[in-house]
Design a protein around this ligand. Structure first.
Ligand SMILES: Nc1ncnc2c1ncn2[C@@H]1O[C@H](COP(=O)(O)OP(=O)(O)OP(=O)(O)O)[C@@H](O)[C@H]1O
Ligand SMILES: O=C(CO)[C@H](O)[C@H](O)COP(=O)(O)O
Length: 402
């Protein structure tokens, strides 16, 4: 069954039902017979006159966009994670063709990644004047974020604003078409309960010790000052979102080097919530057991300080979770296959897919440690979740027809 939505720019404030069929206008999700028509005349753009005009968007129920939330502070490696995720689906992600060169959006065949910085309601000057950081909810338009993510989920294209990180200004909006998978990444994907309820899966990247570096041309001193200034808002508005995440990738100092203060070797934990629909946590050796494993030896080359894996049940922010942990770093990525062969529920399509993905992006930061490994695993789990949702929708439709 396809749900068709009529969207008109001149009647944004009312809602009514169409009872007789109308001539369909097929968008990118085609070939579905139309049974049901509803109208949706909600405001989904800040600039109604630039909305879609009189348009009909038809999306088959089973093809409706699934939405993934990725929360993290600035400079935590979200872009790198997104490149790994996109690669799992095949194809590269690129900014919208012919659009604003400073767009924060990345589009591939399957995924569209939008950056929630685009929902800043105050630009750089506005925040300065008001004395608020970008992390403060008062600097962000959650109503618009909700309306637009909801619209995309319903198969409606939206005109999303662009926050220009180069100029610090809000640029004219860009058109976002509903993709198969929409990733909303940034500071607040799980902050507003309305937006949170739209998420099919949520991830929090917890990298407490690393922040924005020279990329945006700030000096080390100004970065330190900015980290300090942001800390209270980070603690108040960003960090609490961990409690809502279905998966958390937590980066900690190694425990393999006593009193390590170099911070080069990392202990990374993949914290996976139990009982999440379409998400089976990964396990090592034996599901539900508590395992500690040092794989170094004949099949895995390890230089000092070695590699240690751990797995087991735990509780996190009041939720039952499974935790997979890796401390240390790989010397030879091709040998990762040995570790991969001891992991289960990894949602690979063939033996060695994790190792293949990691080798393909060996030059990405974090490829020799748990950050790259767990980001790749989460990418595979998202692909699996997507496929399971589509399968279940098709099943539900077939049962409804029978
Ligand atoms: N797993 C990792 N380990 C070490 N460094 C990393 C890792 N991932 C990313 N980095 C480095 O951190 C910096 C920020 O990475 P990236 O651009 O992916 O983060 P981001 O969260 O998207 O940043 P921003 O919010 O600034 O757009 C880059 O210098 C990148 O090389
Ligand atoms: O926390 C951030 C998310 O990336 C940025 O600091 C925020 O978007 C403001 O950006 P800029 O510093 O470029 O004005």
């Amino acid at each position: 069954m396809a749900v068709c939505t009529i969207y008109t720019a001149h009647s944004l404030n009312t809602t009514s039902q169409i009872t007789k069929p109308i001539k369909p206008h097929f968008g990118s999700h085609q070939k579905q017979q139309i049974f049901l028509f509803t109208t949706s005349k909600r405001i989904i753009t800040t600039t109604p006159s630039r909305a879609l005009g009189s348009d009909i968007s038809c999306v088959a129920e089973e093809q409706k966009t699934i939405v993934i939330g990725l929360a993290a502070d600035s400079g935590c490696g979200k872009s790198t994670f997104m490149r790994r995720l996109t690669s799992v689906f095949g194809g590269a992600a690129e900014p919208p063709k012919g659009g604003n060169p400073d767009s924060n959006t990345l589009i591939s065949d399957t995924t569209t990644v939008i950056c929630l910085d685009d929902y800043h309601s105050l630009d750089r000057t506005g925040r300065k004047k008001k004395g608020v950081t970008a992390l403060d909810p008062r600097a962000n338009d959650f109503d618009l974020m909700y309306e637009q993510v909801k619209a995309i989920k319903e198969g409606i294209a939206v005109e999303k604003p662009i926050y220009n990180h180069v100029s610090g200004l809000l640029d004219p909006p860009e058109l976002i078409q509903p993709p198969k998978i929409l990733v909303i990444e940034g500071l607040h994907p799980m902050y507003d309960s309305r937006v949170r309820d739209l998420l099919d899966f949520s991830i929090y990247l917890d990298i407490s010790n690393e922040r924005d570096m020279a990329e945006r041309g700030h000096s080390l001193e100004s970065i330190k000052a900015s980290i300090e200034a942001r800390k209270p808002d980070f603690d108040a508005y960003i960090d609490p979102q961990k409690a809502f995440a279905d998966a958390v990738i937590e980066v900690l100092p190694t425990q393999l080097i006593p009193d390590d203060n170099e911070g080069k070797v990392l202990r990374v934990r993949l914290i996976m919530k139990e009982g999440v629909k379409f998400f089976e946590p990964v396990y090592l050796f034996d599901e539900g057991s508590t395992i500690s494993w040092i794989p170094c030896g004949r099949k895995l080359t390890c230089s000092y300080p070695g590699i240690k894996f751990a797995y087991g049940p735990d509780s996190y922010k009041g939720h039952e979770v499974s935790v997979l942990e890796m401390d240390g770093q790989f010397d030879r990525l091709d040998e990762l296959i040995y570790v991969e062969s001891h992991l289960s529920n990894i949602s690979t399509k063939f033996y060695g897919e994790i190792t293949q993905q990691m080798l393909k992006h060996a030059d990405f930061p974090g490829s020799n440690n748990g950050t790259g490994l767990f980001q790749t695993i989460v990418g595979l789990k998202i692909r699996d979740l997507f496929e399971q949702i589509v399968t279940s929708r098709v099943g539900a439709l077939q049962s409804a027809k029978a």
